[in-house]
Design a binder for this molecule. Structure first.
Ligand SMILES: N[C@@H](CCC(=O)N[C@@H](CS)C(=O)NCC(=O)O)C(=O)O
Length: 239
């Protein structure tokens, strides 16, 4: 059994989608990041970066003590290796997937996160920040669109992979990112196809009722303005 420490957000959906695709048995452990639960000592012992998702695999390959993994990219690789699915074994196929997974982890995710922050949550509108992150997200969509035009199928080639599962949840936020998918026809084609997958639907639905409709003042305090002291103090000082 795998414990999935999770809250319904793009980074969380990557893992709920992969678990559903692989039909792996798992137990949902909600981490209410709007209430500061990412700072509890129990959670920090699994995910020292005070971010979800994280997993604990109680039945790791080869037996022995449970294995805890944080960082969604590392979790996707872990689950792909555990199941032998969605990450090719051959050198070329494997690194085709790896490079697009890293592109998501180092590029699309962080840039779209900042873009969303300055568009939706910053207390004042800062045109320079909005333009900088908006342009970068737009550039990244251009890169993805060109890649999907080349493959004509999935991000890393003919086969669906963990790279698609990492990228799709962030593309799902395109409206909030003020990106028009009509400008990216190859992404639109790929996005519509992925949405049809029953496992993707189930992954996106996981815990959907947990999420508050709007950002509360309590959540703003828990999520924004974190420093090293937040990690030292834990949630009780934050919220
Ligand atoms: N690089 C991390 C990022 C995870 C991340 O940013 N998770 C957010 C929700 S999408 C979170 O846990 N936020 C809690 C916080 O900001 O304290 C990953 O891919 O796992």
């Amino acid at each position: 059994m795998i414990d999935l420490h999770y809250w319904p957000t793009p980074n969380g959906w990557k893992i709920s989608i992969m678990l559903e695709e692989c039909a792996l048995p798992y137990r949902l452990v909600p981490v209410n990041i709007g209430k500061g639960e990412q700072f509890t000592p129990e959670f920090l012992s699994i995910s020292p970066n005070n971010r979800m998702p994280a997993i604990v695999d109680h039945v790791p390959a080869g037996g022995g003590a449970p294995v805890a993994v944080f960082e969604s990219g590392a979790i996707l690789i872990y689950l792909a290796e555990k199941t032998g699915r969605y990450l090719p074994a051959d050198l070329r196929g494997r690194f085709e997937v790896m490079q697009w997974l890293m592109w998501q982890m180092g590029g699309l995710g962080p840039m779209a996160g900042q873009n969303g922050h300055f568009l939706m949550y910053a207390p004042e509108k800062i045109p320079y920040a909005i333009e900088r992150y908006g342009n970068e997200v737009n550039r990244l969509y251009g890169v993805l669109d060109a890649q999907l035009a080349r493959t004509g199928a999935f991000v890393a080639g003919a086969a669906y992979s963990i790279a698609d599962m990492a990228i799709f949840p962030w593309v799902r936020t395109h409206k909030a990112q003020q990106v028009a998918l009509e400008d990216f026809p190859n992404i639109q084609r790929w996005y519509d196809a992925l949405f049809q997958r029953p496992a993707v639907k189930r992954g996106l639905d996981l815990g959907k009722d947990l999420r508050a409709p709007a950002l509360t003042e309590e959540a703003r305090k828990a999520l924004f303005g974190q420093t090293a002291q937040s990690v030292r103090d834990g949630a009780h000082k934050l919220v």
